[in-house]
Design a protein around this ligand. Sequence first.
Ligand SMILES: [Zn+2]
Length: 337
Amino acid sequence: MSAGRGRRLARGGRRGCLPIVAGIVAIAAALWLFWSFRDKLAPPPALKGKVLYVHAIDVGQGDSHLIVTPERKAVLIDAGSAEDGPRVVAFLRRLDIRELDLAVATHPHADHIGGMGYVLEAVKVKSFLDSGQEHTTLTYRRMLEAVKKHVGRITIAKAGQRFILDNGIALSVLGPRQPWLQNVSGSDLNANSILLRLDYGNFSMLFTGDAEDETEARLLSDEAPIDVKALKVAHHGSRHSTKELFLRAAKPEIAIISCGATNRYGHPAQATLDRLRRAGVTLYRTDLHGDITIAANGEGRIVTTARQAADADLWRGRRPEASNDSGDDLPGRPSGQ
Ligand SMILES: [Zn+2]
């Protein structure tokens, strides 16, 4: 009897444990699920309605910006250097963008068009906008060949052109215009960069390529509509543009500088950062923040970045590798980049 009772008791004991074990397993599974998906469970910064995205892709010392509209129209402005092509394409793939409605080469320097050939090979591009400035480099010739092969024809940018991306979202060409700016103090190719203005409700953004001082002076004398909420700072924050008069007219609330953590030009220049700080902008830099995204729904906007940046670093310029006490561009100024 004692043996039989003992077995019954043992069975009864195991039965009593089962709900407890099941409970522990269920709690552990719930915790595992929570930790596994906690990022997905966290509510994304909410912007209601139709959202437009502007991405500054971190391509190091170069430029590449992507506009994606609520109806999934996509515009790529520059594609970084040749080695950045795969990075730009990976960025497009991550957003599941299989075709670009428009690709723009602001001007024919390698840190803007080097990656374009790779992009054209990998992604369907419907239209291609070029500044119309010819260049003698192999990089430029290769890009033209890739455009001929994959797009067919090139549209030359002219101030006054307007691309309607979605209902209520427009991309306007503010420059260059004829006659070309010539014999400027820096680079003529930079000075005649394509200048674009994006508009969506109360959000607006200016893309300036590698504009020079003379480019800004022309925009001001033309009374071009440069008053915007966000500014893609010209020429990686070079001291030769983003001048005071220009900032006073543009009145940006947000400014984005695209530059490399190491670059021999000393971009961004301390003088430019000081001007931007005095203008009261909220500043973002790809060398510190990595990829930067502005989301705008026509009323509000949210800026997100891949990394955080300390305020002290944000307003500190870089020095060129060559010894130059001015802390700005190399003596004699680089003609390219
Ligand atoms: Zn550049």
